[in-house]
Design a protein around this ligand. Structure first.
Ligand code: ADP
Ligand code: ZN
Length: 749
């Protein structure tokens, strides 16, 4: 009996062993199979051959083999196995990320269309008609004039659809005659939706002859040489905002294409993808595929199939595109490598950048990590020589970086009262831009209208019933709505207090909706738009608003961090940051790094065209090093200062972290389980060279109705920490479902 290991779509499960019936060929790694599990039959993916299960466990048989060639390239299957192991996720979870939508269905549920093409017999008739005298060939093949016209229409193509044939005047009767005579045959071909065809996803002309700046040229030479060497390498492209990193990516990717290999360009978020993919499309023509979550399932499926068939030279996509089924990968570019959206916050909790590096290592490819504000981890590797450092220190065409002015909001409150949202300095600067017909970006990294509602008489506040967080107030069609940003619970804000019935409900704090409203009130003639998760919920809304702003149909764009990165709007000469300190209060050792990155990135949106730019940063902590150094746009000084702090408190990149959140129906239940887990882990700590911190209530002690307690492992070697966790969890099977493990966590709420 022969056996295969199969990853099944069941959370947290390792591969299962199945028997292969006598006489069947052994399914290859990457092939999909139908296998029984419990009373169901599911579609799984073969990860390799297996040995007979130990003991007297009997393996069940594979029911059906769906692919006789690998559906997933074996290298991608291997990558998923690495992800499952490193991030302590189930193999099925990891494989699930690599599969296109619909792949788990038994047969593809996607539309196909009939393509008609000539058979060998039809081709011979066509050749006759082209060489021999007209009348003679018609007689030989016995074709009528209409049939001959149809054969000729089909001659130069690999297949035409019925619709295309109809447009050429070929009738159904003619086709059925030709089919009966075996001149033509029809087959099913995937009916591909081209996401570029949607209006918003346009192609941007790419001028390949535009000369690179000397710095760009030097960077390209260095990177092309590394790519040409053919082996695995990681380069950090540290380029200030507006230094033209995209141009470098495109040039290196073209060099890799010319050498016969493929490129993968990862971008952090949908917000960046439309413009980036349009530009790549301009530079590479048809041989581009895009992969990101705002495509429909059908579009994603089509794009995936094109990649699988080897029809593209470059793939542009978000996080999960790191699993794209490319087979000749030579280059992986991770744009804005510091961006936190590369980390998936559900199983498998992988980091797209780190998986990209592992993939490149397995496939002998070059990785280019690009950023104006590299992550502490990546910059430290560049400093130590583990990564090759390539720098772009100047903006293109000698454009200066934006001047940054700091407004101390404590002084502003003292002068203007506690309700100020837009300072006098910022208001004056916006007015100036409006009269000059220039554009303004206003950042506040907090959505909604107000951050809380409370009763002025009894002090009652609106908390989420499921989470330990106060509800955010949003403007609604008739009045106010309070919503939880974690579980989406929402309730209409009443006119009077629920507790004491007093009509004194007040808002506290403010978010993007209020900023938008205030700017509209201050400047009634200004055209103001807003970009945040609420404003762009509908598909296409984001690209629509960005393209309106790009076309000059809006004067001011208010938004969250979605407006901070990537976009290139040459007419923006002012960036206002309403509250620079939003992230600084969080119980997160990365808060300083995040704040520095956000401020630097958003200031970098100003002055990217011919006119110089300015940024105005409102803050309560003008002396905080993240704020101060971001205003000076001094990355090197920030890095040194932050590194000192991380070293002092033993945080990454000096140690590795693993986070385990234990969930329970009550706090006591979660705590008891966490204590058991912690003491089991402590038994491995000294041998494993790590420490166990906690258990302690998580910052969000309640989330979606569950109580949460967390434990941190901190140590030099992840493998030791993983081993300890595996051993501890194996001994408490009832706890397994209640524990969420996060290796290299980014968000520790
Ligand atoms: P970054 O990503 O480094 O912030 P971009 O790649 O967005 O910068 O480039 C900034 C701007 O400079 C874009 O408008 C781009 O078209 C322009 N640009 C890039 N390279 C050149 C060049 N060699 N000559 C002229 N303009 C350039
Ligand atoms: Zn909630």
């Amino acid at each position: 009996m022969r056996f295969v290991a199969v990853a099944v779509p069941v959370p947290q499960l390792d591969a299962l062993t199945y028997g292969v019936p006598e006489g069947w060929p052994l399914p290859l790694p990457g092939a999909r199979v139908r296998v029984p599990i419990g009373s169901r039959v599911v579609t799984g993916c073969v990860v390799g051959a297996a040995t007979a299960p130990a003991g007297d466990v009997e393996a069940r048989d594979v029911r059906e083999v769906l692919d006789d060639t690998p559906f997933l390239p074996p290298a991608v299957v291997e990558l998923c196995a690495w992800v499952a192991d490193y991030y302590m996720a189930g193999l099925g979870d990891a494989i699930g990320v690599a599969l296109p939508p619909g792949a788990k269905a038994r047969a593809s549920s996607y539309k196909t269309r009939k393509l008609v093409s000539l058979t060998a017999h039809g081709l011979a008739a066509l050749e006759d008609s082209l060489s021999g005298p007209r009348s003679a060939q018609a007689d030989r093949a016995g074709l009528t004039a209409k049939q001959r016209a149809a054969v000729q229409a089909l001659g130069g193509s690999t297949g035409l659809s019925l619709k295309e044939l109809r447009e050429r005047g070929v009738t159904a009767a003619v086709l059925s005659r030709l089919a009966a005579g075996q001149f033509i045959a029809s087959r099913d071909a995937p009916d591909e939706r081209d996401p570029f065809a949607r209006a918003a996803l346009v192609t941007v002309d790419y001028d390949a002859s535009r000369p690179a700046t000397p710095e760009q040229a030097a960077a390209c030479d260095a990177l092309v040489a590394l790519a040409g060497a053919g082996g695995f390498k990681v380069a950090l492209l540290h380029g200030v905002t507006g230094s033209g990193k995209t141009e470098v990516y495109l040039r290196v990717a073209r060099a890799v294409r010319d050498a016969g290999r493929q490129a993968l360009l990862l971008v952090p978020e949908i917000a960046l993808t439309p413009s980036m993919s349009a530009l790549v499309r301009g530079a590479f023509g048809e041989r581009v595929a895009i992969q990101h979550s705002s495509l429909s399932d059908g579009e994603r499926h089509d794009q995936w199939q094109r990649i699988r068939r080897g029809e593209v030279d470059i793939v542009v996509g978000t996080r999960s595109a790191v699993f794209a089924p490319l087979e000749r990968l030579g280059l992986v570019i991770v744009d804005e490598e510091h961006d936190t959206s590369y980390k998936q916050e559900e199983a498998p909790r992988y980091h797209g950048r780190d998986v990209a590096i592992v993939r490149a290592q397995k496939e002998g490819a070059l990785v280019v990590l690009g950023s104006a504000t590299p992550s502490m981890e990546s910059y430290q590797h560049a400093q130590s020589g583990k990564y090759v450092k390539v720098a772009l220190t100047k903006r293109v065409l000698d454009r200066p970086l934006a001047e940054v002015r700091v407004v101390d909001m404590r002084e502003e409150y003292a002068a203007e009262g506690p309700d100020v949202v837009i300072s006098r300095a910022l208001a004056a600067a916006i007015e100036e831009r409006l009269t000059r017909r220039e554009q303004v970006l206003v950042l506040l990294n907090r959505r909604g209208y107000a951050t809380a509602v409370f009763c002025r008489q009894c002090g009652d506040t609106f908390e989420c019933p499921n989470c330990s967080i106060s509800l955010t107030v949003h403007t609604a069609r008739n009045g106010w709505r309070a919503r939880c940003h974690y579980c989406n619970y929402s309730v209409t804000v009443p006119k009077a207090c629920r507790k004491c019935a007093a009509p004194y409900l007040e808002h506290a704090g403010f978010g993007t909706e209020k900023v938008e409203q205030q700017i509209a009130a201050l400047f009634p003639s200004a055209r103001v738009g807003r970009v945040d998760r609420d404003a762009v919920r509908k598909r296409g809304a984001l690209t629509a608003i960005l393209s309106r702003f790009g076309a000059g149909e809006l004067d001011v764009l208010v938004g969250t961090q979605m407006i901070a990165k990537g976009h290139d709007f040459p007419r923006v000469t002012l960036v206002g940051v309403v509250s620079a300190d939003v992230g600084l209060g969080l119980a997160d050792f990365r808060a300083g790094e995040r704040t520095f990155q956000l401020l630097t990135q958003v200031a970098g949106r100003a002055g990217r065209g011919e006119r110089a730019g300015e940024a105005i940063v409102q803050t309560l902590y003008p002396a905080h090093y993240s704020v101060r150094l971001a205003c000076r746009q001094d990355y090197a000084a920030f890095f040194e200062r932050e590194l000192e702090y991380r070293q002092g408190l033993r945080y990454p990149p000096f140690v590795a972290l693993v986070n385990a959140v234990v969930r329970g129906r009550t706090f006591e239940e979660a705590m008891r389980l966490a204590q058991d887990l912690a003491s089991a882990l402590n038994g491995h700590a000294s041998a494993g060279g790590f420490v166990v911190l906690g258990p302690a209530p998580a910052p969000l002690t309640r989330l979606r109705g569950e109580h949460r307690v967390q434990i941190f492992l901190k140590g030099g070697r992840r493998e030791k920490m993983r081993q300890a966790l595996r051993a501890a969890l194996a001994a408490m099977p009832e706890a397994r479902r209640r524990v969420v493990v996060d290796v290299d966590p980014l968000s520790v709420l």
